[in-house]
Design a binder for this molecule. Structure first.
Ligand SMILES: Nc1nc2c(c(=O)[nH]1)N[C@H]1C(S)=C(S)[C@@H](COP(=O)(O)OP(=O)(O)OC[C@H]3O[C@@H](n4cnc5c(=O)[nH]c(N)nc54)[C@H](O)[C@@H]3O)O[C@H]1N2
Ligand SMILES: Nc1nc2c(c(=O)[nH]1)N[C@H]1C(S)=C(S)[C@@H](COP(=O)(O)OP(=O)(O)OC[C@H]3O[C@@H](n4cnc5c(=O)[nH]c(N)nc54)[C@H](O)[C@@H]3O)O[C@H]1N2
Ligand SMILES: [Mo]
Length: 754
């Protein structure tokens, strides 16, 4: 390997626009380096086409009609390149490298090892993985699972898994007897789901893509679409052309939110970039509730001055409950203190409130900047308060938009990947499949870590993802995983989770999104659900990376047969033609009527969404205003609040490259962004090396050797990339109500290296 120290870190000025020619060139470089020119071009032309595969990049929706020939973005291209790589983890690779050796590699080096070509096993006490036949692997796992009480096994899911695979997987797991189904959502938009279900009666967003084209105001909070949802920028550009204003609430001036050049519009490449944000509110990390409360108070003041002009009384009276309590509660807070806490200047807060006061059609978008704090659920409930006050939900151009991460994370939940399923869902399973599903909630992600550490979990099974690098507390979690008897990973590529196995470790390699999936009845397609609740087809066309790969549904079927020896389900029949799986989904889950027929139509179909129609499926059929306290955390004078964020060159734990072009970082990831006044105060210079040190419950956690980068970031806030910074995130401090780790507000000190 030895990539380390080849090129040194370069720090330059952050960019003030996204997209453009640089994006096209970067996309081309990644795909052609990994896959070669001919294959690379062929693969790219199929992304997000009606007859192609769903981009494995993100869950941003595609236009319902009129797609351009190449509906891709720079980071979608990188995602595709990762899967289309010609590098291989085969017998020779695993014979060459011991598990111990590979642990010393960084995540970039591990990921670049390539696609896994066949099943591998690390037998108890062995230093290396060795090949294993599929049949032996399944019977080994089945035998082990049969020897346990069901609660001693955990079944994780990452959000790339298709609807078909997810449905079969949860069915198998519940027939086995447990709800231990933690997923990446637990670390992601769980806080949104909890807050939205409680207040609006549906855990999903309410807007469609078309709403962006007729809205008056878009508020983007805690999200960096330039890197993480680049196709969203074209929607924002169009919204601007149609007259919308955009307010951005983010501690950082993210390039993609400043301005954008559409990489597929020649005029954009030479002309002026489109300004995206009209008003930027540089909120302090985790002070969104203070800021939103300040805005709510100003709106109420304005309404008092000009009754009937600012808030939507009719909507409030007909559709909501809790308004009077909210008004009373807000009166307890002093406006100036709220604004001071938020870190935003009073002028900007008043200006934002004025715009909100004037507009009737408002969309609020958000992502991880809001969902990964102790009070994350409150953040989202406060957004709902704002939208309800304006009557800005359930009508065109208005509503909630939690922008999802993984391309099918929303669909996986719809399919029942959930450690805490609704009773109605379990009742349906019982009705359709004739078994009594377990009713006791299972472990979520953070509970899984704890249970493994306590020796309560014997088997950890992962359908995709990289549990170890994605979860907090890397050292603690790796030891917890090693306590299991058996760890199994269904994966496309090697990652760190494969290197901290239980006593025995198994890797089951699967087809990726871009590859052809052939079963007994012929070529199959799968289906996925995007951020706006559209269910559509995805069909890969590439020759699989190796002839020994199985599809995820096939792996689940074989696993079920090996484990549930007296199962009444015809698992082979289901997998022979995925239409059969979809028929069962249709029978079990509302909204999938005529699934097989409707999903074959170009663009697919929308799932029902009551909030979108202004109906709220809460206990009293009303939308709920809620009372939210101010965030309660303490940062001492010599401490900082750390947010762990993504660079432009990564997909969660998959590191595409070593640059973060928009933030001016090249050839390195171990950097920490610090405010220049804080640097002065602490005697730090650009280029100094520091450790990030956190202390929770008396336990010191340390991430070593981060290079200090001066940055436009609020005082006492700092930022570093995940997964490197995960070592300082405590696993046992999570959001109230959603249990999402506090990855965006970790209290740390900076300790200068000698
Ligand atoms: N290319 C690429 N695409 C991806 C991913 C990827 O890693 N790479 N990941 C996918 C996944 S799973 C997800 S969930 C999404 C993630 O998408 P994002 O949520 O955009 O990802 P983060 O990098 O975590 O960015 C969080 C943003 O929140 C801001 N922020 C941090 N703390 C606060 C706060 O307290 N308040 C406010 N208002 N803002 C704050 C940060 O400055 C940053 O701009 O992207 C998906 N798409
Ligand atoms: N500190 C900190 N931690 C975080 C976050 C943060 O912002 N800060 N973000 C959190 C969020 S939002 C999320 S969603 C989680 C992500 O957590 P995960 O979903 O667990 O992690 P990924 O990195 O997306 O998973 C990558 C792995 O998935 C496998 N893979 C890729 N494609 C496929 C496929 O088609 N099938 C199968 N079976 N496997 C495949 C590959 O082996 C690859 O190594 O991380 C969370 N962790
Ligand atoms: Mo995510």
């Amino acid at each position: 390997m030895g990539r380390k120290n080849k090129v040194s870190l370069k720090i330059s000025s952050p960019k003030s626009e996204a997209g453009g020619l640089a994006a096209v060139l970067s996309a081309a470089e990644h795909i052609f380096t990994e896959a070669g020119i001919v294959e690379g071009t062929r693969t790219l032309l199929k992304v997000n086409q009606f007859d192609g595969y769903d981009c494995p990049g993100c869950a941003w929706p595609d236009p319902d009609e009129g797609r351009s020939v190449v509906e891709f973005c720079e980071n979608g291209a990188k995602a595709v390149a990762e899967e289309a790589t010609t590098a291989r983890c085969d017998e020779a690779f695993f014979a060459r490298h011991s598990v111990e050796e590979m642990r010393l590699w960084d995540d970039y080096e591990i990921g670049k090892s390539g696609r896994i070509t066949r099943p591998f096993i690390r037998r108890e006490g062995a230093t290396h993985y060795e090949p294993v036949e599929w049949s032996e692997a399944f019977s080994y796992i089945g035998k082990k699972l049969r020897s346990l009480a069901p609660g001693e096994a955990v079944f994780y899911t990452s959000g790339r898994t298709s609807n078909e695979a997810a449905f079969l997987y949860q069915l198998f797991v519940r027939m086995y007897g447990t709800n231990n189904l933690p997923d990446c959502s637990n670390m992601c938009h769980e806080s949104s789901g909890v807050a939205l279900s409680e207040t609006l009666g549906i855990g999903k967003g309410s807007v469609k893509l078309d709403d962006f084209y007729c809205t008056e105001l878009i508020i983007i909070m805690g999200q960096n679409p330039g890197s993480n949802h680049p196709r969203m920028l074209s929607a924002l550009q169009q919204a601007k052309k149609n007259g919308a204003k955009i307010i951005t609430i983010n501690p950082l001036p993210e390039a993609g939110l400043i301005a954008f050049r559409h990489p597929q519009h020649p005029a954009d490449l030479i002309g002026k970039a489109t300004t995206i944000t009209d008003l930027w509110l540089p909120v302090k990390v985790n002070e969104d509730v203070s800021l939103l409360k300040a805005i709510l108070k100003i709106l109420l003041q304005k309404e008092e001055q000009n009754p009937g002009t600012v808030i939507d009384k009719e909507f409030i009276n007909t559709h909501t409950t809790g308004y009077d309590k909210l008004v009373k509660d807000l009166s307890r807070y002093d406006l100036h203190s709220l604004i001071a806490r938020s870190g935003v200047t009073p002028e900007k807060v008043y200006e934002a409130a004025e715009w909100i006061a004037q507009k009737k059609k408002i969309i609020v978008c958000w992502a991880m900047g809001l969902t990964q704090h102790k009070n994350a659920v409150d953040n989202i409930r406060e957004i709902v308060n704002l939208l309800l006050l304006k009557g800005s939900i359930g009508k065109p151009g208005a509503g909630t938009c939690p922008v999802r991460g993984h391309s099918n994370v929303q669909g996986d939940r719809t399919m029942g990947i959930w450690e805490n399923p609704k009773p109605e869902f379990l009742d349906s399973l019982k009705r359709v499949f004739g078994f009594e599903p377990p009713r006791k909630p299972g472990y979520n992600t953070v509970e899984t870590i704890k249970a493994m550490a306590e020796g309560k979990v014997k088997v950890f099974f992962a359908m995709g993802g990289n549990f170890l690098s994605a979860t907090p507390d890397t050292d603690f979690t790796s030891k917890a995983m090693e306590k299991c008897d058996l760890t199994v990973h269904v994966s496309t590529k090697l990652n760190r989770s494969h290197l901290h196995t239980g006593k025995t470790g198994i890797i089951l390699p699967c087809l990726g999104r871009t590859e052809t999936d052939v079963q007994a009845s012929g070529v199959q397609f799968v289906t996925v659900e995007n951020s706006t609740g559209v269910v559509h087809k995805s069909q890969g066309g590439k020759t699989p990376a190796s002839p020994h790969l199985l599809s995820e549904p096939k792996i689940i079927a074989e696993l079920a047969k090996a484990t549930l020896t007296d199962s009444s389900i015809d698992w082979d029949g289901l997998v022979s033609n995925y239409d059969n799986i979809r028929n069962l989904i249709e029978q079990t889950i509302p909204g999938f009527e005529n699934y097989n027929e409707r999903v074959r139509k170009p663009g697919g179909f929308y799932l029902p969404n009551a909030a979108r129609e202004g109906k709220f499926r809460t206990t009293d059929s009303l939308a709920h205003f809620t009372l939210n306290a101010l965030p309660d955390y303490h940062v001492a004078d010599d401490e900082f609040l750390l947010m762990t964020i993504r660079s432009h060159d990564q997909y969660n734990t998959t590191i595409y490259g070593m640059h973060d072009r928009y933030r001016g970082i090249y050839n390195g990831r171990n950097v920490v962004f610090v405010n220049t006044d804080d640097m002065k105060k602490h005697g730090l210079q650009q280029g100094d090396r520091v450790d990030l040190v956190s202390r929770y419950d008396g336990i010191e956690r340390r991430a070593r050797g981060f290079v200090v980068v001066p940055y436009q970031i609020p005082r006492q806030n700092i930022a570093a990339y995940f997964p490197e910074a995960n070592a300082v995130v405590p696993h046992n401090h999570a959001a109230r109500g959603s249990h999402t780790p506090i990855s965006k507000s970790v209290v740390v000190r900076l300790e200068k290296n000698a």
